[in-house]
Each structure stands twice: as structure tokens, then as C-alpha cells.
Design a protein around this ligand. Structure first.
Ligand SMILES: CC(=O)SCCNC(=O)CCNC(=O)[C@H](O)C(C)(C)COP(=O)(O)OP(=O)(O)OC[C@H]1O[C@@H](n2cnc3c(N)ncnc32)[C@H](O)[C@@H]1OP(=O)(O)O
Ligand SMILES: O=C([O-])CC(=O)C(=O)O
Length: 373
């Protein structure tokens, strides 16, 4: 292809990648994942099913699922030296920065780093899927002066993740809801973090480097960081009346309200948000406390009326994580943990059918200057 002179700010609407992984079909209201609808999958399938689907190409049968779980469990332990690096970080470090450091450090333990074959990348993906929840949970404990929590082999993948975070074995309902959130966050076509990972991978850089870049991308408030910002708002407001007041003030000041809007869904509700809203309803009913649901619904109403904007997944994932007893600074790291599978699948796809990303600019600077002028 030759040069094109069209400048598209933020690459909005530009098709930059060919993929067999996922597609946001906004016309049909479907998030297509390897031919399935993500929302339908989230109703009956677990995160491990999605891992198998994205990495192996099919939904697993029981034996395949068991084998997958075993292989992830073998990877639960993180290298002692990585734990030591995390221990050295100052307490002021944000967990996303600790996570970025941890993911980056794992590269040093890969004796086969130059091998970009599918098999080598698949092994790395399973390694990362085993390690990342441990890094997420335990970097947080270390930053808070607490002892790390050992992973538990007798719990499911999601129950163990939640256990490492809270130190408590979750109830069946908590485990199911947390697992569902991981399913919903697992893969979403070409958001900024996935694009970042693919751009890095397109230089034939390795999976760890691509995912390290993706952590940095996901941290931003316009992307994954929004889930933490949503909960901070809800917590600060505390009541429906104060939340309403807060939103009107933000809108008057032309501030963005975190958890609303989406580059692809635009003026439609993110279908994943509806699923998390249902989960919030379940948790509120179980705990007999509907205050967060009432606040969120009031916020949803104001944003629809005033801006024609609807919630994205981060808006309802935030209160769900709060009700599961998860500390706010872990919301975005959990998003990354879940997205690890999607990111790995995209990097593998990029490596297998690579073309270097190297776009052009529309130059707006001066010309014709000379050093002697
Ligand atoms: C799981 C995820 O990562 S989903 C994304 C999570 N991020 C957030 O929730 C952050 C808040 N939302 C936003 O900032 C945006 O909606 C984005 C970044 C997600 C998408 O934005 P873009 O496609 O770049 O749209 P853009 O920011 O240009 O917004 C278009 C218009 O809607 C307004 N708008 C968009 N989102 C919001 C919002 N959350 N609050 C208030 N106004 C908003 C903009 O101010 C702009 O208005 P204008 O035309 O009057 O200037
Ligand atoms: O698709 C996007 O731009 C952001 C998003 O919702 C995600 O990564 O889940």
C-alpha cells in the first residue's frame, strides 16, 4: 500500500488489524469472541473456558479444562527474585506500576526469549496467566507492609485469585461473580492497551515487553484506570443526593465522568456493563444493602438525560469489586489480569502474521530553518 494523506485523530474508526479473535459488532449489539457472543458465554462459561477458547481456539471439554487448570496451577508461584524486586518498591508505588515492574521482570526467567513460535508464546501465556494474579495480589500486600499470601492449589483459578487478594476463601456466589467479571474483561478487540501490545510485538519484541507496555496503557483513566476512579467518586459521594450533585457539578465544569462513554459503543450501553449491573444487584440483595446500586442507577439516569451517555464495563465493575471486599487500587490490576489472555492471544497473532506498525505524520512544524540563521 502506498501513502495516504488522511489524518484521523485518535485513529477513530480506522481498521488497523486483521484478527480472528474478537469484533465489536455494534450494529448487532454483539461482542464476537471466536464466533461466540461474549455476553452469552459469560452466562454459562468460566474464565478458564475463555482462556482455552482464546489460546487453543475451542471451548474446552472437561478433560481439557482440567488439564488447563493444572497447567496454570503449576505456574502460580512467582520467582523469589521477582518477589524481592517487588519488596524493594516504595510504599507510594501504584499497584499498576508494581505490576508493570513484575511483568517486565519475568522476561529474565525465560531461557527461550528469542523464540517467537506459537508453542513458545503459548507456554509464556500460561506462565503469565499463572503468575499475574500472584503479582497483582502480593505486590499490593507488600506495598502495604503485609506478608504475601501463598496461592492455594485446592481452590479454583478465580477463587484463588480472590483469596490471595482478600485473604479469605470466597463464597460460591462471590467466586462466581468475580469469575464473571474476569470473563467480561478478558478480551475486547482493539482497545488502546491491545493496540499498544501489538505495536510493540510488531517489532518482533517479546510477549513480556508487549504486556509491560499494555499495563502502562491500561493504567490511564481514559482506559482501565476508570474503574478505580468510579469507585473513588462513589465513595467520596456516599449518598444518592451527593452523587447526583457531584455529577451535575462535573458536567457543569465540562469534566468527564469516569465509567461513561466508549470510543466504539459511543452513545450505546456497553453490553458488559449490563451483566455487571446484574451482578451488583445480586450482591446488594445478598448483603441487604442497596446503596451502591441506587447511586449507580441515579448516575446512569443523569448521564443519559444530560449527555446521552451510557455506562461502560468499568462503571459497574467498580461497585461489584467494592462489594467483594477488594481494595480500590487493585481494580485496574485485576482488569489487566483478566485481559492477560486477550493480550497474549493478540501478540501471538501479531507474531504469526507480522507487519511492522510504522504510520506517518501530518507535519505541522516549521520548515526551511538553518542552524546559522
Ligand atoms: C473498559 C474501558 O476501558 S472503557 C473506557 C473507560 N474510560 C472511561 O470511563 C473514561 C470516561 N470516558 C471517556 O473519557 C470517553 O468516553 C472515552 C475516552 C472512553 C471515549 O472517548 P472518545 O471516543 O475519545 O470521545 P470523546 O472523549 O471525544 O467524547 C465525545 C464527546 O462526549 C463527551 N464525553 C465522552 N465521555 C464522557 C464522559 N465520560 N463524561 C462526560 N462527557 C463525556 C466528550 O466531552 C465529548 O463532548 P463534546 O463533543 O461536547 O466535546
Ligand atoms: O474497547 C475499549 O476501547 C476499552 C474497553 O472497553 C476494554 O478494553 O475493555
Amino acid at each position: 500500500m502506498g501513502n495516504t494523506t488522511q489524518f484521523v485523530p485518535g485513529l477513530e474508526g480506522v481498521v488497523a488489524v486483521e484478527t480472528e479473535l474478537s469484533f465489536l459488532d455494534t450494529a448487532q449489539g454483539e461482542i464476537v469472541l471466536k464466533g461466540y457472543d461474549l455476553i452469552e458465554l459469560s452466562k454459562t462459561k468460566s474464565y478458564l473456558d475463555i482462556v482455552h477458547l482464546l489460546l487453543e481456539g475451542t471451548l474446552p471439554n472437561d478433560a481439557e479444562k482440567k488439564a488447563l487448570e493444572e497447567s496454570l496451577k503449576k505456574n502460580y508461584r512467582i520467582p523469589d527474585a521477582v518477589l524481592d524486586i517487588l519488596k524493594l518498591l516504595p510504599a507510594s508505588t501504584h499497584p499498576m506500576d508494581a505490576l508493570r515492574t513484575g511483568v517486565s521482570a519475568l522476561a529474565g526467567y525465560d531461557e527461550n526469549l528469542l523464540d517467537r513460535s506459537r508453542k513458545a508464546n503459548l507456554n509464556r501465556a500460561y506462565h503469565l496467566l499463572g503468575n499475574v494474579p500472584n503479582i497483582v495480589a502480593n505486590s499490593y500486600h507488600l506495598l502495604n507492609g503485609e506478608d504475601p499470601v501463598e496461592p492455594r492449589q485446592d481452590l479454583s483459578y478465580s477463587a484463588n485469585f480472590l483469596y490471595m487478594i482478600t485473604g479469605k476463601v470466597p463464597s460460591e456466589k462471590e467466586e462466581k461473580i468475580f469469575d464473571r467479571s474476569l470473563v467480561l474483561y478478558s478480551e475486547h478487540e482493539l482497545p488502546n492497551s491491545t493496540f499498544t501490545a501489538r505495536v510493540i510485538a510488531s517489532t518482533l519484541s517479546d510477549l513480556y515487553g508487549a504486556l509491560t507496555g499494555a499495563v502502562a496503557s491500561l493504567k490511564g483513566h481514559l482506559h482501565g484506570g476508570a474503574n478505580e476512579a468510579v469507585m473513588e467518586m462513589l465513595k467520596e459521594a456516599g449518598t444518592v443526593e451527593k452523587f447526583e450533585e457531584m455529577l451535575y457539578t462535573k458536567l457543569k465544569n465540562k469534566e468527564k465522568v469516569m465509567g461513561f462513554g466508549h470510543r466504539v459503543y459511543m452513545k450505546k450501553m456497553d453490553p458488559r456493563a449490563l451483566m455487571m449491573k446484574e451482578a451488583l444487584k445480586e450482591l446488594c440483595a445478598e448483603k441487604g444493602d442497596h446503596s451502591l446500586l441506587e447511586m449507580c442507577e441515579a448516575g446512569e439516569k443523569i448521564m443519559a438525560q444530560e449527555k446521552g451517555l451510557y455506562p461502560n464495563l468499568d462503571y459497574y465493575a467498580a461497585p461489584v469489586y467494592w462489594m467483594l471486599g477488594i481494595p480500590i487500587p487493585l481494580y485496574t490490576p485485576i482488569f489487566f489480569s483478566s485481559r492477560t489472555v486477550g493480550l497474549c492471544a493478540h501478540v501471538m497473532e501479531q507474531h504469526e502474521n507480522n507487519r511492522l506498525f510504522r504510520p506517518r505524520v501530518q507535519y505541522k512544524g516549521p520548515r526551511g530553518l538553518h542552524p546559522q540563521d
